[in-house]
Design a protein around this ligand. Structure first.
Ligand SMILES: [Zn+2]
Length: 541
């Protein structure tokens, strides 16, 4: 089987046909948009055509607004003409035709900065955001994992980082952005332009524009009640820099901005594409092994590496296994999720409907973000299907080939995966890391204790150039890497479907017990009075 899978994946690869159909034919795939629904239907039909059973869509619930970018341009009309590289921020309203206005830069970093601009911005196009330093690109934008990188990834971190700090800082930032939007709208600003952020190795330059919720007036811009209050666009950093420097030098700049965007509904639902190769072992066929990735993308590129790659790899895995007419003992099920980019909605929704859920914190600070981004509070609630799922395998770290796998701190898998990977070593698959990796759909499974895995992949130019950018396009995909990934993932899925037992699990998560476990031990320091006793004694005094 190892050789047959490899041969089908390499010699008979059809992965780039799926890739072109998806990333040239059905784009962009922003959640809530008509195009994403089309992609859901096309993937469902492709799964049926390759021989899968039960190909269907599942509704994971209401998402928010449907939106499409029809046209976006910004040019300078005075003191000189210049054509700029720009895209609409996701869910930006339209400018209703070309809008010509004086540009102005505002220095808004906190709420008290609003005062100095009151009454001064009406009718203007506002540049919002400090100009950043643009360094030359001296390192390669596309890199592969070297032996030293793999060694580092394989090492278990013994210092426990508090991940929450960065998250809270981020929340503060986007909360301010939303307030700034409300202020600028109340001041009757015509439109807003923000500079593109940078990428790894100075990749956020040279025409690349990163266009995600960072180019919006807030994290929830897809919901009507948090909608962008003004047209907003993100511009290439060098173009932003020119206007910024002219304005700083007190030169009057006129911009013409045309954002043509279309809203297609306020209460659009999201769907997952699901299909199966039914199991054949009378005792095991009700058990399931899952494979997948997210189908949705951002809107400025074509979502080739994020996550067209993971989507077509999962499609090719199912095609390979169908073409080989495998008779798996367990059922093999593919899931293509949507709403990943806004909060893993599709995968969490599926897991909640089928397997179980951990209730989230209702702390007021947490309520600012969507359900699955809130702190798990517990206790866990499980559904009967929870007992029947062996594992979920995910690809969503770009289009680079697979170099190993993250165990999500489930050490029991290591000897099993080592065996599975041994015949894949010549394909560059060698590394097992106990570490957790986050940010994508395997988390939804892992969060309730289902073995859920993301592979270690070569980064290529994912972090530097393609992730959420206008340059996330077909040309960034490497056929050989995708074929390798399909061969490796198909091997994992097949092995999991044929194994005598389901994959071993971690203990069930109990977030409600975390706080007491982290609380400092009592009575450790000799001679120290207990805080309570101490304060009582104080009072008596
Ligand atoms: Zn992604």
């Amino acid at each position: 089987m190892y050789q047959l899978i490899r041969n089908e994946a390499v010699a008979h690869s059809h992965i780039m046909e799926y890739a072109s159909a998806l990333v040239d034919g059905i784009v962009p795939r922003l959640t809530g948009s008509p195009n994403l629904k089309k992609a859901n239907e096309w993937t469902r039909d492709q799964f049926a055509a390759m021989g899968c059973k039960n190909a269907h869509l599942e509704d994971w619930g209401e998402f928010g607004m449907g939106w499409q970018q029809l046209a976006a341009s910004i040019r300078m009309t005075s003191p000189d003409t210049a054509v700029f590289i720009a895209q609409a921020g996701p869910w930006s309203p339209s400018t209703n035709g070309p809008l010509t206005a004086a540009a102005t830069w505002v220095d808004l970093k906190e709420e008290k900065d609003f005062d100095k601009y009151k009454g001064k911005l009406a009718g203007k196009i506002v540049l919002l955001g400090e100009m950043r330093e643009v360094k030359p690109v001296e390192k390669s934008l596309s890199t592969r994992l070297e032996e030293s990188d793999l060694k580092r990834i394989a090492g278990y971190p013994t210092r426990h980082e508090d991940g929450n700090k960065g998250w809270l800082e981020f929340l503060k930032k986007i909360e301010f952005r939303e307030k700034a939007g409300q202020f600028l709208a109340a001041e009757h600003v015509a439109a807003v332009v923000v500079p593109s952020r940078d990428g790894r190795n100075e990749g956020g330059s040279g025409g690349t524009v990163f266009d995600d919720s960072g180019a919006d007036f807030g994290w929830l811009a897809y919901r009507r009640e948090h909608a962008n209050p003004l047209p907003i666009a993100v511009m290439a950093i060098e173009n932003y820099g020119r206007v910024y420097r002219l304005l700083k030098a007190n030169v009057a700049v006129q911009l013409e901005m045309n954002l043509d965007t279309k809203f297609t509904g306020d209460h659009e639902h999201g769907f997952d594409t699901i299909a199966e190769i039914p199991g054949t072992d009378p005792n095991l066929k009700d058990e399931v092994v899952m494979v997948g990735g997210h189908l949705d993308s951002w809107a400025s590129g074509t979502g080739a590496t994020d996550n067209g790659a993971g989507t077509v790899v999962a499609m090719e895995v199912m095609r390979i296994l169908n073409a080989l007419q495998v008779k798996p003992r367990r059922t093999i099920r593919v899931g293509l999720w949507t709403g990943e980019e806004q909060g893993l909605f599709g995968s969490y929704g599926y897991v909640k409907q089928h397997f179980g859920f951990i209730p989230r914190s209702t702390d007021p600070a947490e309520l600012k973000v969507t359900e699955y981004d809130r702190k798990p509070a517990g206790p866990i609630q499980l559904l009967p299907e929870f007992q029947k799922i062996s594992a979920y395998f995910n690809v969503d770290n770009g289009g680079g080939k697979i170099r190993g796998i993250y165990l999500q701190e489930n050490a029991t898998e290591a000897p099993i995966f080592e065996q599975w990977m041994d015949p894949l070593k010549d394909l560059g698959v060698s590394t097992i890391s106990l570490r957790n990796t986050g940010g994508t759909d395997h988390e939804a499974f892992d969060a309730i204790g289902i073995p859920g895995f993301q592979f270690i992949q070569d980064g290529l130019d994912y972090g530097s150039r393609t992730h959420h950018s206008n340059m996330d396009v077909y040309e960034r995909l490497i056929p050989e890497d995708l074929a390798q990934a399909a061969a490796v993932e198909a091997t994992f899925v097949f092995n999991a479907a044929m194994r005598d037992q389901m994959l071993p699990r971690k203990p069930l998560p109990h977030p409600e017990l975390e706080e007491p476990r982290k609380a400092p031990l009592k009575g450790v320091m000799p001679g120290a009075m207990e805080a309570e006793k101490e304060s009582k004694e104080e009072k008596q005094k």
